[in-house]
Design a protein around this ligand. Structure first.
Ligand SMILES: [Zn+2]
Length: 305
């Protein structure tokens, strides 16, 4: 049966500012938990889909964030998975014990708030390594969903980072390992190296790309594509056994949410959040019409395993 797992990475605004080399500011810094989360829960309820939130453990130290997350879980079968403790973009390059500590601390923080130990992991910036997968297996993680085997994304990200460097700006991001484009685009058991199929004791759920050109089927792309474009992109992915549709909290915000100085760097913030929601709704409707069942990422991974 075809399955679609919709996930939402709850990266706070500071993650984006660090990406673009911007200094932290007060305005809008907690907009993902304090503004977007309620919109996300309403979206999921309207669309009748369970979500998999990928939360950064450190963010949950703020009581208001933890409360908002718990409130979003009350009326729906959403699950919270692990997006690491501190969202270090260079996580995949740390030593195996250092990675394990980040994974464990993130899981501890999420379990303390939700009462459930996360079973899944998503790496910051989609960057993984053999070290990282080894650490995940050590920590008992059952599935990873970080591989984004999208040539156009790798090209655009690389060009953007080189552009920032050329202008003398810093960025917290690291370059993607270009071998990610060799990875399977459908769920697989990673081997060694991680972008080949093998025997590791966990499942990889790659972030969705279209069938032929491997264009990105993620929230940012859908937000920027317009409603018709969102429909076309989604239809081009249909046929994959599992569509792991990755959204971000930012997909439910716009520049009017105190984010006007981030908007020149993050273009989708120029699109009103209600319009972005409509474009995401187009994608959900296309998948539903094609017979996809909406499940949590943990469920999809379990089925594959
Ligand atoms: Zn992230």
């Amino acid at each position: 049966m075809r399955q679609c797992a919709v996930s939402v990475d709850l990266d706070e605004i500071g993650c984006y500012r660090a990406l673009f080399g911007l200094s932290p500011v007060e305005a809008g810094q907690h907009a993902v938990y304090d503004v977007a989360l309620e919109r996300i829960a309403a979206f999921a309820q309207h669309e009748r889909i369970p979500l998999s939130f990928f939360a950064i453990g450190r963010d949950l130290e703020r009581c208001r964030a933890a409360d908002r997350l718990v409130a979003a879980l009350v009326e729906a079968p959403h699950l919270v998975e692990n997006h690491s403790w501190a969202h270090r973009y260079d996580l995949s390059q740390l030593s195996r014990p250092a990675i394990a500590a980040e994974v464990r601390r993130g899981a501890d923080a999420i379990e303390a708030v939700t009462g459930r130990r996360p079973r899944g992991f998503r790496a910051p910036g989609y960057c993984i390594s053999d070290h990282l997968l080894d650490a995940l297996v050590d920590e008992g993680v059952r599935f990873d969903s970080s591989v984004f085997p999208c040539p156009s994304y790798v090209a655009v990200k690389t060009a953007a980072m080189l552009g920032l460097r050329a202008r003398g700006r810093s960025t917290a991001a690291i370059l993607s390992d270009p071998r990610v484009v060799l990875a399977p685009a459908d769920p697989y058991r990673p081997g060694r190296p991680w972008f080949r199929r093998g025997e590791r004791d966990l499942v990889e759920l790659p972030i969705a790309v279209t069938q032929k050109l491997r264009l990105p089927l993620i929230g940012t792309a859908l937000s920027l594509a317009g409603r018709r474009g969102a429909g076309l992109l989604t239809r081009a992915a249909i046929g994959r056994p599992v569509v792991s549709l990755e959204l971000h909290g930012l997909d439910f915000l716009d520049e009017a949410d105190g984010l006007s100085d981030l908007a020149p760097h993050q273009r989708d913030l120029h699109v009103p959040h209600a319009e972005k929601r409509a474009r995401l709704g187009t994608a959900i409707a296309e998948l539903r019409a094609a017979g996809y069942a909406f499940v949590t990422a943990a469920h999809a991974a379990h089925t594959v395993a």
